[in-house]
Design a protein around this ligand. Structure first.
Ligand code: ATP
Ligand code: MG
Length: 322
């Protein structure tokens, strides 16, 4: 029992080449690139040399095999990826506004990713899992939510830990069953990895400090807040650390949160301190935005150490009293 595992959508991404390019007219495209938030996460875990596996579904098509080959090459155990006949691999088409904001055309809910079955999740598949990561973006059907709950229960029952990146669209929070599912997952979460605006989403409190206190009261042990170009913060019962983002040229923001989360979790599991893990995660997020393509910015420790060695780290570290 030593692997980090996750479950969910495995996609290709196809990107507009130029900023301001629209999909209402033909134009140059780049890709297909391997993608899907859980797939990017698990690829980054494997790049750090930690045992890693993903449960998911792809179609029996080139988009699916592109992902399987890529994940395998980077060291991910792909044996729990089902190749579904009769369904096509999911996809995301991305355009970039002049402001840098992204617009997506997704084919996920009608793709092989939606074919994930609770039957795919069982003790045999999860027997090596010491830590299970839940991506909120994966929870787009009730069948998948059931599969996710099953995975969490199995991993917890065998003494494993759980992390959760809410990563949900606002429209989903308006569905009462979805809010319930997210609250359920949070009850089992050891490490919570929200983006800044997501901290208060599942709490009663409207401010960050209040929401963090509430989430700790529910049993979460560590909270790491991702703040994009403003860096990141770490909270435990007795510690707070804030790091500025590392200065890099932004090529493509997709995948930063996934690489960041994967690096933090892998480093904690490898026994690194919260501060060391946060520094590595911050560097992994920076390298992710510096590369074009969602999974093209995953990195090993050599790349992370090289970036960190170039930068004096601006750090605020506080140990709480009491
Ligand atoms: P997404 O919008 O894809 O859900 P996210 O909100 O989960 O992303 P971000 O906060 O955008 O994740 O990025 C994760 C981490 O990556 C940040 O906390 C930071 O450490 C690093 N990072 C992100 N953007 C930049 C940037 N422009 N420059 C340097 N580092 C960055
Ligand atoms: Mg996110």
């Amino acid at each position: 029992m030593q692997s980090i595992m996750t479950m969910g959508e495995i996609l290709v991404e196809i990107m507009a080449e130029r900023k301001g390019q629209s999909f209402r007219a033909p134009g140059p495209l780049a890709g297909p690139y391997a993608s899907g938030a859980p797939a990017i996460f698990i690829d980054q875990v494997a790049r750090l040399g930690h045992p890693a596996a993903i449960i998911g579904c792809v179609g029996d098509d080139d988009f699916g095999w592109l992902n399987i080959d890529r994940l395998r090459r980077d060291g991910v155990d792909t044996s729990a990826i089902a190749v579904c006949k009769g369904a096509v691999t999911g996809s995301a088409f991305v355009t970039y506004r002049d402001s840098g904001e992204r617009d997506f055309i997704f084919n996920i809910t009608n793709s092989a990713s939606a074919q994930l079955q609770p039957e795919q999740v069982n003790q045999a598949v999860l027997k090596d899992c010491a830590h299970f990561h839940v991506m909120g973006s994966s929870l787009f059907s009730f069948r998948i939510i059931d599969a996710m709950k099953k995975a969490i229960e199995i991993v917890k029952a065998q003494g494993g830990t759980v992390s959760f990146d809410p990563n949900v669209r606002k429209e989903m929070l308006r569905i009462p069953e979805m809010r319930e599912a997210l609250a359920y997952i949070l009850e089992f979460t050891d490490i919570f990895l929200p983006s800044g605006h997501e901290v208060t989403q599942l709490a009663r409190s409207a401010d960050e400090a209040g929401a963090i206190a509430e989430i700790f009261a529910r049993g979460v042990r560590e909270i790491v807040v991702k703040r994009g170009a403003d860096g990141c913060s770490y909270f435990s019962a007795d510690e707070r650390i804030d790091l500025d983002a590392l200065p890099v040229d932004v090529a493509d923001p997709t995948g930063a949160g996934d690489c960041f989360g994967a690096t933090f979790i892998a480093c904690r599991r490898m026994g690194k301190t919260a501060l060391q893990s946060l520094r590595y995660a911050n560097a992994a997020g920076a390298l992710a935005v510096a590369s074009k393509g969602p999974m093209e910015g995953t990195s090993g420790f050599a790349g992370l150490d090289a970036l960190l060695a170039q930068q004096p780290q601006h750090l605020r570290h506080a140990v709480m009293e009491g």
